[in-house]
Ligand binder design. Structure first.
Ligand SMILES: [Zn+2]
Ligand SMILES: [Zn+2]
Length: 295
């Protein structure tokens, strides 16, 4: 999964060059994991897509990149599902919202937190970790919310909740109450590397910890947990992830509170004991995210 994630980001950074982007996305395959009756996860390039389907509607949670829309639609059809009725964006990042424009033009309704719409309109300026141009009108959510909303369909009650964000300032989690499933968006990764906290988009390690604690209090040992990137997970792994972040914060803040500069703290390698592997976000990046989050 790591390779897949990194290659998708590498491809995304070349979006200014359609030929390169097209070639990279051509080789992407969408794979499907059915995790409960009427619920599936689609893995491809970009954020994991949750699908709710049944008699009432087809709901996508996130939609990856625009060049993948036809492949995603084919994967949805292969489930026996109707065409996409609703798209929920867990947050505004381009690897989760790239399909919005095409899907909305085909009649899907885009739903997201208020801040997702604002950030899609504004884009991310040069100097951000991932600069992004403003999104076209058709890609924008048409139903937005502050705290959340609930969908009553396909024999389930599906809560979409903003719990304070953390990865950005507009992260929602999606919770199937009866089927006991939660989609975490990028509040949770099961890929190597450190968590990505997009401080340019209002992300905060402090908020991330609070949000993870809220989710952990909502779910149980049988809950199926869909991460933003990486394979399926569960409550025990999510708890370990939260505790890993908590311990990292304690170590970094100990240095900060003793008067270290950020550079000195990074040089002291306070996270050296963790085995996070090689990923998009390195230990020095994560130390900086913590530093900024607790100023
Ligand atoms: Zn992502
Ligand atoms: Zn993200």
């Amino acid at each position: 999964m790591k390779k897949c994630f990194l290659s998708s980001l590498a491809a995304a950074s070349f979006l200014a060059s359609p030929a390169i982007a097209q070639r990279d996305f051509d080789s992407v395959e969408i794979t499907t994991e059915e995790i409960a009756p009427g619920v599936a996860v689609l893995f491809g390039a970009g954020g994991n897509i949750g699908v709710s389907h049944g008699n009432d509607a087809t709901v996508l949670i996130d939609d990856q990149f625009a060049p993948l829309t036809e492949k995603i639609e084919a994967a949805v059809e292969a489930l026996g599902a109707k065409p996409v009725t609703y798209v929920i964006n867990t947050h505004w990042h381009f690897d989760h919202t790239g399909g919005n424009e095409k899907l909305s033009e085909k009649g899907a309704m885009i739903i997201a937190h208020d801040h997702v719409r604002v950030r899609l309109i504004e884009g991310a300026p040069e100097g951000s970790r991932f600069p992004v141009p403003p999104a076209p009108e058709a890609a924008l959510p048409v139903v937005t919310y502050d705290r959340g909303l609930t969908l009553h369909l396909n024999g389930d009650t599906i809560d979409v909740r903003f719990l304070g964000g953390g990865h950005t300032d507009g992260d929602s989690i999606v919770h199937w109450r009866e089927k006991n499933i939660v989609h975490m968006g990028d509040l949770y990764f099961t890929i190597p590397g450190w968590p990505f906290v997009d401080t340019h988009s209002g992300g905060s390690v402090k908020s991330l910890l609070l949000t993870l604690d809220t989710v952990l209090a909502m779910i149980d040992d049988d809950t199926k947990v869909i991460p933003g990137h990486g394979g399926m997970s569960d409550k025990a792994e999510l708890l370990a992830y939260r505790n890993m972040i908590g311990e990292a914060v304690a170590r970094v803040l100990a240095l900060k509170n003793s008067g270290s500069t950020l550079e000195e703290a990074q040089a002291a390698e306070p996270l050296a004991g963790f085995d996070r592997g090689e990923g998009l976000i390195g230990a020095d990046d994560f130390i900086e995210f913590i530093w900024i989050s607790f100023e």
